[in-house]
Design a protein. Structure first.
Length: 254
């Protein structure tokens, strides 16, 4: 093949990508699209990109702003509010009814109810005829693998937890008694935020962002392909919860 024929496809590719010849000074103008879960610094705050074209603006001061795909404001959340003393309109910046949603995952809520840690759940002593049984503790071993600390906890039922302290982040992997992975959780620092991503074997996942002012969490349930957004203040009190599919609506149930 002649040199001219070799060069021709390269020129066509450059023209298609740029609409003309690509100059070195134009390369800096090409912006890489943000991925869901990504944080980017913007003037005076941080933007967190979410699925469905949504995003969350977390300013250094002032309320958090949740935006839809077209940029419409869905909610404004003041993290300095107190859940038990603030109305819905004050907390959200919108005219909504006040609901104390609490911070715990209720059995009435379908989100990730089937995703359990291998150690099981604690029992309420008042629901038992006799004294509550304390789950048996697992045996823990620590080792270094090529300089990376591994902590492995083996539970009596055959389940296990692996904690790996990678450079820059920690990872917790849970296996059931059949040695199948239940979940994989990664926690890292990104600027002023502690960011946690927990992924489940069925494709469900949870993301959690926290700084000194409060926290924002997103849960995706692969069963019905829906999202749940939760805002909490610095004390861990839930200020508001939202359910998102094609659109987002505030959760008014407890």
């Amino acid at each position: 093949m002649s040199p001219q024929k070799k060069l021709f496809p390269t020129l066509i590719l450059a023209l298609v990508l740029s609409g003309g010849l690509v100059h070195a000074k134009d390369k800096a103008k090409i912006e890489i699209p943000a991925l869901p879960g990504e944080l980017r610094s913007i003037g005076g705050g941080t933007q967190i990109f979410l699925e469905g074209g949504r995003s969350l603006l977390w300013p250094s001061q002032g309320p958090l702003v949740l935006k839809g795909p077209e940029g419409a404001v869905l909610a404004q959340v003041n993290l300095s509010a107190r859940a038990s003393h603030v109305s819905g309109a004050e907390a959200m910046g919108l005219n909504v009814e006040e609901v104390d949603l609490g911070g715990a995952l209720s059995q009435k809520k379908k989100y990730l109810n089937s995703k359990k840690a291998p150690t099981g759940r604690g029992l309420d002593a008042s629901s038992l005829k006799g004294p509550a049984q304390v789950p048996e503790a697992g045996s823990t071993s620590k080792t270094l693998v090529q300089g990376v600390p591994f902590t492995i906890t083996a539970f009596p039922n055959g389940a296990s937890q692996w904690k790996v302290e990678w450079p820059g982040f920690t990872e917790d992997i849970f296996f059931d008694k059949k040695k199948s992975m239940v979940s994989d959780q990664q926690t890292r620092r990104v600027g002023a935020y502690t960011v946690t991503l927990k992924q489940f074997a069925d494709g469900s996942f949870m993301r959690h962002y926290q700084n000194a002012a409060g926290a924002f969490g997103l849960t995706y349930d692969a069963n019905d392909q829906s999202y749940r957004l939760v805002f909490a203040n610095a004390e861990g009190e839930t200020l508001s919860e939202w359910n998102c599919e094609s659109t987002c609506a505030q959760d008014s149930s407890s």
